[in-house]
Ligand binder design. Sequence first.
Ligand SMILES: [Zn+2]
Ligand SMILES: [Zn+2]
Length: 134
Amino acid sequence: MKNYDHILKKLKEKGIRPSYIRVRIYSYLEESRIHPTVDEIYEFLSKEILTLSKTTVYNTLKLFTEKGLAQQLNIEGNELRYEAIRGFHGHFKCEKCNSIYDMKISQLEFEDDISEFVINEEQVLVTGVCPKCN
Ligand SMILES: [Zn+2]
Ligand SMILES: [Zn+2]
């Protein structure tokens, strides 16, 4: 049995009742690191949680996003991808295999004056061909 203590703590801190399904969805987001879509999360977890529905996955992700535990990625495509919040980083999307890689990046530096802009979110997306496909 895996230890989910840190996840239980995180959910409780945000006022989320840590049901088993919520804990497993969060743990998958944190571990898989593939920036999964709702469908991918459902495919993976429905094998062990037979009562799981896509609506539950969707609603759970919405809750996590509202509470600042997860974020949606603005990556072009039909399906939204999600990840657990883990500090600022950029993304590299492979045009061949569609994999999304995390890329460490220190900070965005603006050369224009942005003092009058309110920034809510910063996302960096780089596209190209990954080492596996190249
Ligand atoms: Zn690739
Ligand atoms: Zn990421």
